[in-house]
Design a protein around this ligand. Structure first.
Ligand code: ZN
Length: 1025
């Protein structure tokens, strides 16, 4: 309607103007293809649609809440259809599947069939193809794989297509894992992005090395390399070629009957911009990214102007302009048979100008980051249990959690760079997804524990409850009063592929309790007092989350050592102890004033810490097994957030950017420490100040230190935002060198104040040396290595030799001018009473002889990612163990995965087939024993089932691996005659069914079973009964 109106209006104006021009319909020639003799300007129409940022994903989709940002993805996709149909040469790429799927579900069959034609003709191409454009610094690689798989499999099923280009145009720096794993291993031939360090960019422009062959993995080398292109500026068009309906670039006015005819000017501008860009890049192909955030809401304005530009520029003839896509561009680059500069490692950290390091977001919103991580591990376990029980098409299932987790990997989600209401939306989605997955887990465990009865699983009456709020010491299921003869049954599930011994703990209200294992044997247990800091946290947060304070406050954590089979569970019984003193051991409590005793020793096992009183709190760390000894000083400090208001180039510290303005040590205000000792656990409690509480914990059977912190509410009443860090200082001579992981996978070497790719000009000695930590960080010298592992993504560094620093929490009062327009000031409210958010978390450290740390980092890293899953129920009487299955393993009881292999996906697909991913955990040369080819016996992974067919797939499981390898472009690296050979596991023999895995290799399979023998057996039991 409005369009007609405009046309009428223009006609009226023309008539009034008295120009009696004859109407002439202009046909633009947009058919240009590549011209080998000219500079080819590939116009790539695109929109960048953030899956949540200033608005929630749904608000962006429907176009609501427009006072924040006028953005409506529905409009873009709607207007694209007629625009593409109007000219078959026009092209468009679409990226974010979270939006596309929302839109797709809303379309008529007719529109869907039109879209399918546009896709098969290549006019509409899906690029990247995950649910979102995930961040590359803070997501865990398993989440990156899962969210990409979700999008890729949808595209395969609906359209039969497999995206071949990575499009990470906005994430804030780029990871090695993105290049080799989420790039080459999903079958991408290239990856494009905009954000690299401003100093790096200057050099690459000068050397024409914006486009490279990127080998992200030392272990997989050239077998997983990818063509990677950094844009010369950003992911927008060159200035002046920006044609959104309300944009201020001059439109191409080619009607001679109207004023302001500008064809020659626009052609000249175009040619000038093209030549300028061609001077920065190799070959005669350049890409113009025609679009930016939430554009093409009225697609016609873009295409009308691009039609004209292609027509007139090509008529001019100096350069060749064409509608293109990144695939066409990549193929054109490849066809030139050039060799390219080699890039290794990654593009972190990222600064877009001096004093603007995007290293703050590695820690921003640490509670959301933890929520995402804990849900990720839970989702992995829930899918295993869903498979063991048998997936049902009806709900509950794990799909909602999959979707929520996928969206949460977006580069303004888990990053913490979204507005507060959007962060709340991500958390809400995770909570809804969890609630449904929790039912799957409960019913599967009930089914598996009930399987002694001959009826199927559906009728299980066992009500197993879980404790998602255990981290605030709140677990109603375990806080049941056992004094009237009730027993508490705890079913403990282990999602790792090997048997596991670990200490579990949960709050209990009774003091005289005894713990028995699956065989009814009493086992050692310890009661650890719940101190005030935890009670306060529990009461406030339970009230904030649930609206009420729990009546009874438990006084103790009950802790005991459990042994749980691979992919299986064990069951433990908690009951009141008949004889006093025969149950759990109460911890002894000692309170010391600093200086009262020269030293306090803790540690029941091989590992011992001696804490000396003065002058500062120095810890002596001794491991009596391997005789490693080291002095450790652990402390806290905060940085105040910089306020750039008075500067010529203002730059505050904010959600994205870490710009400290001075560092301030936090001195322990209380000079006392409390020591808790018992048979399993020793703890040292320190109230550092009114808003930091710390527990240093040693387990009798473990050789690492666990540090649990509560940081917050961070005070801001002095008017300064604060970024709270902890430093763990050793005497290691680490010589400016430290190692940080890439998305929880490969470790990358870092050197302080140094970059491999250019001569670094240091303007931020702290922020510019910060790196993302997803799994851990370590340093080493000639004798020892010192490793720290984390429970969520955060920022870390080694700013001083021998020291590792972790940024634990950030509370800021200013915005950092990157669009979010809010200060990162998280609060938690009970009614109108709001406090700064307190963050509780853990990190773990250990010191080994040189060359011996990898085993712990890898194995224990898996344990952190996949904590034991606890489910509780009560029973009257004492016959649980005899009436239920007390222990279970989903794999052959005699089997366990090799120490160097993890099972990262076990999932039943909609069609009953099973998706299996196995990951080698070590890099080449990382461990003297474990960095070798490994083997997994598939037959033993699926006892009771007969494997009919094993198909190896690409990492995102959207095509057969073989097919992917056949299509792969083989790029050449400058100075190399041929790509170096890399070891990889050989093809799986259909009879042997053994999977080989080379260091760092991840292999993905779809497995089909001959007959479901378990179901058949269950059926037989029913018939026999
Ligand atoms: Zn973005």
């Amino acid at each position: 309607m409005r369009k007609m109106g405009i046309v009428e209006l223009i006609s009226a104006v023309v008539l009034l103007g008295g120009l009696c021009a004859e109407s002439k319909y202009m046909v633009y020639n947009t058919s240009a293809r590549i011209d080998a003799g000219k500079i080819n300007v590939h116009l790539v129409p695109h929109t960048h649609d953030d899956v949540g940022w200033l608005k929630t994903v749904d608000q962006y989709y429907v176009g609501s809440n427009n006072s924040i940002q006028g953005a409506c993805v529905q409009n873009a996709l709607d207007s694209l259809v007629p625009a593409l149909l109007a000219d078959k040469n026009r092209k468009f790429i679409y990226v974010e599947q979270a939006f596309f799927q929302r839109w797709w579900r809303d379309q008529s069959e007719l529109t869907q069939s039109i879209i399918k034609k546009l896709v098969s003709s290549g006019q509409l191409e899906f690029i990247n193809g995950g649910m979102c454009m995930h961040d590359e610094a803070v997501p865990h690689y398993i989440d990156m794989i899962d969210q990409t798989t979700l999008g890729h499999r949808f595209l395969k099923e609906e359209f039969g297509v497999t995206p071949r280009i990575g499009w990470q145009i906005d994430p804030f720096g780029h990871s090695a894992v993105q290049a080799y794993l989420l790039g080459a291993e999903v079958g991408f031939d290239s990856v494009f992005f905009a954000r690299i360090d401003y100093q790096d960019r200057i050099k690459r422009k000068k050397e024409k090395s914006l486009e490279v062959i990127w080998r992200g993995s030392k272990s997989l080398g050239s077998s997983a390399q990818i063509f990677a292109g950094a844009f010369p500026e950003h992911y927008e068009p060159p200035p002046g070629f920006y044609f959104e309906v309300n944009a201020d670039s001059p439109v191409v006015q080619d009607n001679v009957d109207l004023f302001d005819y500008n064809v020659q000017d626009r052609v000249n501008d175009f040619v000038a911009a093209a030549i300028a860009q061609a001077n920065l890049t190799r070959t005669n192909h350049i890409m113009w990214t025609m679009g930016t955030d939430f554009k093409y809401q009225y697609a016609h304005t873009w295409f009308r102007n691009m039609d004209k530009l292609i027509h007139y520029v090509n008529k001019d003839g100096r350069v060749n302009a064409l509608y293109s896509t990144p695939s066409i561009y990549t193929d054109a680059k490849y066809a030139t048979s050039k060799s390219w500069p080699l890039k290794i490692d990654d593009y972190f950290p990222y600064a877009d100008r001096a004093n603007a390091y995007w290293t703050g977001y590695y820690t921003s919103r640490p509670a959301l980051k933890f929520y995402v991580r804990i849900m990720s591990g839970y989702y992995l376990a829930a899918r295993q249990l869903e498979f063991f029980k048998g997936r049902s098409d009806s709900r509950p299932n794990t799909d909602a959690l999959a979707d929520a987790l996928a969206i949460a990997q977006h580069h303004d989600a888990v990053t913490g760079t979204e507005k507060q209401h959007v962060a709340n939306d991500y958390a809400k989605r995770l909570s809804i997804g969890y609630t449904e997955a929790e039912k799957v887990v409960a019913s599967s465990l009930a089914c598996l524990t009930d399987s002694k009865s001959s009826i199927g699983c559906e009728d299980s009456t066992t009500n197993l409850q879980q404790c998602p709020l255990l981290n605030i010491t709140y677990c109603p299921a375990s806080e049941t009063n056992l004094s009237h003869g009730k027993n508490l049954i705890v079913v403990i599930y282990n999602s790792l592929g090997w048997k596991r011994e670990d200490v579990v703990r949960f709050p209990v209200v009774n003091e005289d309790v005894a713990v028995r294992d699956s065989k009814g044997r009493k086992i050692e247990s310890q009661l650890v007092p719940i101190v005030d800091a935890y009670v306060d946290l529990r009461n406030y947060y339970a009230r904030a989350y649930l609206g009420s304070i729990p009546n009874v406050v438990p006084k103790f954590w009950l802790a005991f050592t459990v042994s749980v089979p691979a992919l299986g569970f064990s069951t433990y019984t908690i009951s009141t102890s008949k004889k006093p003193g025969a149950g759990s051991t109460k911890s002894s409590i000692f309170k010391f004033q600093m200086g009262e005793k020269p030293a306090i020793e803790v540690g029941e096992g091989d590992l011992k810490l001696t804490i000396s009183a003065s002058p500062r709190k120095i810890i002596n760390y001794v491991n009596n097994r391997n005789l490693v000894e080291e002095s450790v000083d652990q402390s806290f400090s905060f940085y105040t957030g910089y306020n750039g208001a008075k500067d010529k180039v203002p730059q505050n510290s904010g959600a994205y950017i870490f710009r400290p303005n001075g560092t301030y040590p936090i001195k322990a205000e209380q000079a006392s420490v409390t020591v808790i000792k018992g048979p399993l656990i020793h703890e040292v409690h320190q109230q550092i100040n009114t808003w930091i509480f710390q527990t240093t914990r040693l387990y009798k059977e473990k050789e690492h230190i666990e540090v649990e912190f509560i940081v917050g509410p961070v005070p801001i009443d002095d008017g300064f935002g604060k970024e709270v860090a902890t430093q763990i200082t050793t005497s290691l001579e680490s010589n400016k060198t430290f190692y940080t992981d890439s998305n929880g996978r490969d470790f990358v070497k870092r050197i302080r104040d140094f970059r491999t790719d250019w001569d670094l000009e240091v303007n931020q000695p702290v922020a510019g040396n910060y790196y993302p930590i997803t799994l851990g960080i370590y340093i080493q010298d000639k004798e020892k290595e010192f490793s720290v592992l984390v429970d969520r993504s955060l920022a870390g560094s080694s700013v001083v030799d021998g020291q590792i620093e972790l940024m634990l929490h950030r509370r800021l009062l200013l915005d950092d001018s990157r669009g979010v327009a809010e200060a990162l000031n998280e609060t938690i409210c009970v009614l109108d009473d709001c406090r700064g958010l307190a963050v509780q978390g853990k990190y773990y450290y250990r010191i080994d002889s040189l060359g011996e740390g990898a085993k712990w980092r890898r194995s224990f890293g898996q344990e952190i990612y996949s904590p034991l899953l606890l489910a509780f129920t009560e029973e009257d009487g004492d016959n649980w163990m005899s009436s239920h299955t007390p222990t279970f393993s989903g794999i052959d009881a005699s089997y366990s995965l090799p120490d160097n292999v993890a099972l990262i996906t076990l999932q039943e697909l909609e069609d009953g087939k099973v998706l299996l991913r196995l990951a080698h955990l070590y890099e080449i040369g990382e461990d003297s024993v474990l960095s070798v080819m490994s083997r997994v016996e598939l037959k033993k992974l699926f006892p009771g089932k007969k494997i009919a067919k094993v198909t190896e797939m690409s990492l995102s499981a959207n095509q057969e691996r073989e097919e992917m390898e056949k299509k792969r472009l083989v790029w050449e690296v400058e100075g190399e005659n041929q790509n170096p050979k890399v070891a990889r596991g050989s093809q799986v023999d259909p009879k042997e069914l053994e999977v080989e895995l080379a260091p760092m290799e991840i292999r993905t399979f779809v497995i089909q079973f001959e007959v479901d023998l378990i179901t058949a057996a269950a059926f037989k039991r029913i018939v026999d009964a």
